[in-house]
Each structure stands twice: as C-alpha cells, then as structure tokens.
Design a protein around this ligand. Structure first.
Ligand code: VG1
Ligand code: CO
Length: 542
C-alpha cells in the first residue's frame, strides 16, 4: 500500500559540484532522504512508467538508502529499477548501465572522495538518460522542488534482498539485481588492447592498484587480475568497507600514502594507480614518478590513438578551467577542438553528446571519454597500461618525453580546509572587488596581465554559468585560480590552483612546489590567504 507522508521543506537541499553531500547523520534524519528523493522525482517530471539505475559506493547508509529509494520509486509509479548487487555500483559503471539499458536516469549514492561512516559523509546524485550528472537546469528544478515539497510517497513493503542476482518485484515495480562489474568490464574490452596489456603482465611487468577499501576493488580485481593476468595481490585494499577502513578515499599522494610509500621504495613495482570512493577518480604513479592529473590528461591526449577505441584520433578535448593548460598544448599541436569548462563533470555532457570532444579531464584526478558520461578511474588506468604496453617505456620516461615535446605546465593545488565560511566568502568577495585594479601590478616579481571571474557559455546548448572561480594571469604564462569547494560538508574549503609554463628543456625536471615558489608567494600577497585564515600552510597540496 502506498503511504502519502506530509512533510515540509528542509533548507539547503541544493546540489553542489556533484550532487547533494551532507554529513551522514543529516541524511539519516527524519524525512531528509525522502524529501530529496521525492524532489528529484518531482523535478524531473515524475517517475511514472520510468526505469532507473540505482547503486552506490557501499559507504555507511548505502544499503538502507537503497531500500528507501526503491520503496519511493515503486510508490511513484516507476516501472523498473536496475540495482547493483549488494547495492554497489561505481559511478562510471552506473553511467554505463544507464546508457546500455536506455533508462531514464539513475540514482548514485556516494560522497565520492569524502570519508564515509556514521560520523562522516553521505551523498546522492541524480544522473540523466545520457548517463551524465543532471545539468544545471535540472538541478535547479530539483532544488525548487525541495523548497515546495509538502508530501512524499512511499510503498509499504519489505526490504529487497540485494545480494541475489536476478529479477524480483516490489509492488508493481520490477527490480533487476545485476552484477556491478560484468557490463563495465565488457565495455573496457571494446576500448583497450587487452591482449597487449596481458602480454605486458605476462612479461613480468609489475603493478599495485590501491582501491582504498572503496568500490573499485571488485572491478579492479576482475579486470586486472582475472582478465589481464596480473598476479593476485596486484589489487590492494580491494574489499569495499562502509567507512573505507577509516580512511579518506581520495587518490592523491597525501591520502594514498600507503601506495606512495610502495612506489617510492627502491623495489617499487613498475606502475601504481589508485581510485576514489566511487571509482571515478584516478591516480597514476610510476616508480618514483607521480603524474599530476593535468599531465596525465595531456599525455593521454597525445597518445590515446594507441588504444583501439581511439585509433581514429580524438575529435576534441575539454578540461575544467582550473586544470592546467598542458592538454591545450597537445590539442593545438594536433589541431583539434579544446574547451575550458567550469568545475564538475556535468559541464562536459553537452560537448560529449554532440561529439565535439571525446576526452575530458579535471585537475582533481578525473579523466574520461565519451564511453560513459562520468569520469572513470579504471578507464584512465587501463589507458595508461595500454600506452605503456605499446610504447614499452616507463611512466617517468613517458612524462619526460612529453615535457620535452610540449613543455611542462608546473602545477599544484593548495587546499585550505574547514575554513570559517564567513572568512572564506569575505576573502573571495574582497578579491573579486580587487580584480580590476590588479592589472599591471607586480607581486613576488610577477606582473599581472589580466584578472577576471570565470564564466562559461556552453557552445552546444547556449546555457550561461557565472561565478566559476577567480583567475589571475601573469606575464609569461603563470596563473593563479581561487575558488570555493562545492563538495565539502564542513565550513569552507578554499582551493588555490597554481600553474606556470616552462619551455626551457633544461628546466623541466624541477620539484613542482619549488618551480612554483614565486607563483605561490604572489597568490598569498594578492589574496591574503595566510593573513586572513591564520594558516601558515595549506592542509593539502596535490
Ligand atoms: C571537486 C573537484 C571537482 C570534481 C568534484 C567531484 O569539486 O574539484 O573537479 O568534479 O570534486 O568529484 P569541488 O567543488 O570540491 O572543488 V567526485 O570524484 O568527489 O564526484
Ligand atoms: Co568520485
């Protein structure tokens, strides 16, 4: 029987960079999840007769939230739900299932790289029929629905057994419990030269993949160990846990320190990689050679044609604005389109759908292509393995060759986390006011050439997005960008993105922080970050 529960709007149910993220206890509070799910359904014009994909990264509250969403979808008239076994689906695998089954969209339960657990974070994101995150227009409609909600519908029904593959029923709604890995693994085999990678491993190539106790464990084990023949144990931390074993499932040198320690050991394997909570981010590291995500994107742009799925070459590339310009240099050399979009994968969707681009990336360890409409951690890892198998070079040598060819965009991101929200907004507001006067002024020896606030006009659907980060360009090609994070759940996180282009072949092997020393000083002099936050140094440098 369907129950109609009266409710009132809950303030602040507004999607950020990637869906709604909150502390887990907030999501578990009465009506919180229900209000948001009903608002999604209201915002997209109802669920009647529709089919959706449903799954998450396995964090605390994942399984309970799935049962709630099933009961609400059934009560709202959905025809069918395709659910990952045990409630698990990586974000790219969910995107693929949405497309493969031509569904109306999907619900992805994840707070991605944020920690999990009852005292950590939870999240919910709605993806559309193209498999990509809801566009700004749709998230705005959902937000409006959260502000007008007065009731939600839920079916009185017992929990569904999520562990048994196959078909089942809830009320009139069909439920398919599917293997989360199989279809995704099949897709990967259409894109990459599995024989070449298999031969690489058979020849003694060694690798460690750190799944960080998150959702990619089962995917990586099946693809790397079962299909590609990498030895058992190649995948570490491969069993998903509700709190990521107490860790922070963010694949960067800080949080993936266990892998970094292995990769900097004299006996390090040839190749290391890691993925995040929901499997859409990647970290690439060679023996003693960490690759920044912006450089990884550029190298992939230069060499993707070595993978069968991209043998015809790329149609174009897109990067988020704070991502370094390294990929632009490759696009220019290849004479292909290159787009600069706001932060967040949702802005790549129109370009991918229109076949204007088929490679996208973000500095935050997100890389992907038109095979799905999300960034894809394992895809990037397989792309690197495919390139290494063809070029027969180490990660370090491949990067050195790349920089010799295209120059090096030295790059670093400094994050100041859990800053008082008022302090952070005032810092940004004051800097915004100051921007027009900066031109011509010199800070730490760097003269400002231009300063502005990034806004984006989507070349495909014409939509306009403003307020996407403050940018300061210096003579000689250096750049500082500041923006506030839209994925955090406590206070504000100030992200400072630092970049400098180096073309001197003799100066390409420096430490990034050293190479950026003046840019870092100039950023602090202009934005007064340390003075205003009272922080002597950033919390995280990636
Ligand atoms: C961060 C990253 C952004 C990424 C987003 C979602 O957003 O900077 O590039 O798209 O996370 O990634 P923000 O607003 O905190 O800077 V994921 O893997 O957390 O879904
Ligand atoms: Co993620």
């Amino acid at each position: 029987m369907t129950k109609v529960i009266p409710t009132t709007p809950i303030a602040g149910q507004k999607a950020g960079t990637s869906g709604l993220r909150r502390q887990t206890r907030d999501f578990m509070a009465p009506h919180f999840l229900e209000n948001y799910v009903q608002s999604i359904l209201n915002g997209i014009g109802g669920a009647e007769g529709k089919t959706f994909v449903l799954g998450g990264d396995g964090r605390y509250f994942n399984a309970e939230a799935i049962q709630t969403i099933l009961r609400m979808a059934a009560a709202n008239g959905a025809a069918k739900m395709i659910v990952g076994q045990n409630g698990l689906l990586s974000t790219p695998a969910a995107s693929h299932l949405i497309r493969l089954n031509k569904t109306n969209g999907g619900f992805i339960l994840s707070a991605s790289h944020n920690p999990g657990g009852i005292d950590a974070d939870f999240g919910l994101k709605f993806n559309m029929a193209n498999g990509g995150p809801a566009t700004e227009a749709v998230t705005a409609a959902i937000f409006e629905a959260t502000q007008n909600i007065s009731e939600y519908k839920v079916l009185e029904a017992a929990d569904v057994d999520l562990s048994t593959l196959g078909e089942t029923q809830m009320g009139d709604m069909q439920i398919s419990i599917v293997d989360p890995v199989v279809d995704y693994a099949a897709l990967m085999q259409t894109l990459f030269d599995f024989d070449a990678i298999r031969a690489l491993f058979a020849g003694g190539f060694t690798m460690k993949f750190d799944a960080m106790h998150a959702v990619t464990g089962p995917y990586a084990k099946h693809i790397l160990e079962d299909l590609l023949g990498a030895p058992a144990g190649t995948v570490m931390n491969g069993t998903p846990s509700v709190d990521f074993n107490g860790g922070h499932p963010d694949p960067n040198p800080i949080w993936a320190h266990e892998l970094m320690a292995i990769m900097t050991d004299p006996d390090a394997p040839d190749f290391g990689a890691a993925s995040d909570g929901d499997g859409d981010r990647n970290m690439i590291v060679g023996r003693g050679a960490y690759v920044t995500p912006s450089d990884s994107l550029a190298l992939i742009a230069a060499q993707a044609h070595l993978a069968p799925g991209y043998a015809q070459g790329l149609s174009g590339v897109a990067r988020s604005m704070p991502t370094s310009g390294a990929v632009d240099r490759v696009a220019e050399a290849k004479g292909i389109e290159c787009h600069e979009t706001p932060t967040g994968w949702k802005f790549f969707g129109t370009l991918l759908d229109a076949s204007r681009v088929n490679l996208c990336g973000e500095e935050s360890a997100g890389t992907g292509s038109d095979h799905v409409r999300e960034k894809d951690g394992l895809w990037a890892v397989l792309m690197w393995l495919n390139i290494i198998a063809k070029r027969k070079m180490s990660v370090g040598d491949l990067m050195a060759e790349h920089w010799q060819t295209y120059g090096r965009n030295y790059y670093s991101r400094h994050d100041y986390e859990a800053v008082d929200s008022d302090v952070a907004s005032k810092l940004m507001d004051d800097l915004r006011t100051k921007l027009p006067a900066l031109k011509g002024q010199t800070f730490a020896g760097l003269t400002v050439e231009k300063a502005d606030e990034f806004a984006y006009d989507d070349p495909v659907d014409g939509s306009h997005t403003s307020g996407q980060g403050l940018r300061i360009f210096f003579d000689g090609g250096a750049r500082v960008v500041l923006r506030l994070s839209g994925t955090g759940t406590q206070g504000a996180t100030i992200r400072v993105y630092l970049e400098r282009l180096e073309l001197d072949p003799a100066a390409l092997g420096m430490d990034a922080e050293e190479a950026l020393a003046d840019v870092i000083k100039a950023a602090d002099a202009i934005a007064e970050i340390s003075a205003r936050t009272g922080r002597a140094a950033p919390d995280v440098k990636t």
